[in-house]
Design a protein around this ligand. Structure first.
Ligand code: TGC
Ligand code: FAD
Length: 388
């Protein structure tokens, strides 16, 4: 297979620091050598490639932007570039890393006691312990505030009851960050060891998307969680603050998936002969490739600016929503067009475009659907909330 060539029509590479380029290139090499050669097979089998975890951990990918406790302490833009490269390999592997770092290590780091941080974060940074994040329930996806899972205080413990649906890493996890309602109906977060009595997880099978990622349903039946494992945050802003981190990474990741599709479609169009000429010699095909290149370039500009805002501690939730919404839905359109350029070849796992296209259907839905992010942007510009 031809080596990946990044599209960079506006020379944005020159806007990156030496260290950002070095981190991106190191992860790029890992993705080329370790992920791309094997991922089609894992996807076909519907299996998460656990063997990649130590390599990802060694690169500092897990909890990359957190300080201390064995974490790499990278900047948001460095973290974003990592997510971009990993998702060029597969959205499922980026999902694994997002959940571990942004959705599980981040809340422990931000809201956990010193003891929790010391006992969980170093083992999570090395990938020895895997986390999952339980916010969504079967009847409460876009509207997590309606959740029914409860945590009731009993002496120095909380008794957890309920269930969570569509949980990435669920059956891999040693711990779950579970969001539940206390007696007053306020949302609270708990670090729940998955080997506690009453905790169980079921793998969700027959997915056509994110097949190289584990997705589960979690059940809590009178799970007795120590009071020491409660996070020091109340209300929906707890889980949403984690989602800000993860959605930021997804905005970058979608560029990686789009780049992978573009690179493959461009190479295919240059070598596939129909009517005695390469596909790339036809104006209709060039128009498709030029449109994709334009959209990728717009995503790169917007997302680098988001990274710079976050580096400066200034990124706002609506800016993250704008990039998550735009980049994922644009990447999905790009994947569909690239699939078309590959003709019949585009439907097999021999090529990447079909796998990215199917993965991006999930990415467009999770961490806030495209519509929900449109409503968040709509609320920002009109001042009117239109969710209800
Ligand atoms: P609303 O009344 O607007 O807000 C409730 C409280 O939360 C605060 N808040 C935020 N805080 C920090 N960051 C944000 N982005 C925040 N957004 C809201 C808000 O200020 C308020 O605070 P307070 O102090 O006043 O209580 O909440 P709402 O119930 O009306 O909901 C608004 C809506 C629809 C935007 C929100 O619920 C939403 O984003 N829904 C989408 C749900 C979602 O994204 N779920 C993700 C589940 S996790 C997942 O998908 C992982 S996939 C992982 C992978 O594999 O990569
Ligand atoms: P719904 O909320 O029922 O939405 C269905 C449709 O209605 C969408 O098009 C939506 O945009 C639209 N809609 C909903 N409300 C409105 C409105 N007010 N106005 C206009 N349109 C609206 N969750 C976790 O907690 N942890 C995880 O690790 C996790 N991993 C996931 C992995 C995968 C592969 C998938 C597919 C999902 C995962 N999720 C996870 C769940 C994900 O966050 C939810 O699927 C998502 O928030 C949408 O919820 P829903 O599927 O219930 O759709």
């Amino acid at each position: 297979m031809k080596a990946f060539e990044e599209l960079d029509l506006m020379n944005l590479d020159a806007s990156l620091t030496e260290q950002e380029r070095m981190i991106r290139n190191t992860v790029r090499t890992f993705v080329d050598k370790e992920i791309i050669p094997v991922i089609g097979e894992f996807y076909d089998r519907g299996e998460f490639p656990k063997s990649l975890i130590p390599g990802l951990a060694k690169l500092g990918v897990l909890g990359a932007s957190l300080e201390g406790y064995g974490c790499a302490g990278m900047s948001p833009t460095e973290y974003g570039l990592i997510m971009q490269e990993i998702e060029r390999g597969d959205s499922g592997i980026r999902s694994f890393a997002s959940v571990q770092g942004a959705l599980c290590m981040y809340p422990i780091h931000a809201y956990g006691s010193e003891d929790l941080k010391k006992s969980y974060l170093p083992k999570m940074a090395t990938g020895e312990w895997i986390g999952c994040f339980g916010l969504t329930e079967a009847d409460f996806g876009s509207n997590p505030g309606g959740m029914r899972t409860t945590a009731k205080i009993q002496g120095d413990h909380y008794i957890l009851n309920g269930s969570k649906m569509w949980i990435t890493n669920g059956n891999l996890a040693k711990l779950a960050i579970v969001w539940a309602k206390d007696e007053s109906g306020a949302i609270m977060g708990l670090v729940v060891d998955t080997d506690l009595p009453g905790f169980s997880a079921r793998v969700i099978e027959k997915k056509f998307s994110l097949r190289a990622s584990v997705t589960s349903e979690l059940f809590f039946d009178d799970v007795k969680v120590p009071g020491t494992h409660v996070l020091n945050i109340k209300g929906l802003k707890g889980p949403f603050s984690c989602l800000n981190q993860a959605r930021f990474g997804i905005a970058w990741g979608a560029i990686g998936a789009a780049q992978a599709c573009f690179d493959e479609a461009l190479n295919y169009a240059k070598t596939r002969i129909q009517f005695d000429k390469p596909l790339a010699a036809y104006q209709l095909v060039q128009a498709k490739l030029a449109n994709i290149a334009t959209e990728i370039t717009k995503m790169q500009w917007m997302t680098l600016q988001l990274g710079r805002l976050k580096d400066a501690g200034l990124a706002q939730p609506h800016q993250i929503s704008l990039c998550k919404m735009n980049n994922v839905s644009t990447a999905l359109d790009i994947a569909r067009t690239c699939r078309d350029i590959l003709g019949a070849s585009g439907i097999t796992y021999e090529y990447q475009v079909g796998r990215h296209m199917l993965n991006l259907e999930s990415v467009n839905t999770y961490e806030g659907t495209e519509d929900i992010h449109r409503l968040i942007v709509g609320e920002k510009i009109t001042g009117i909330s239109a969710y209800r």
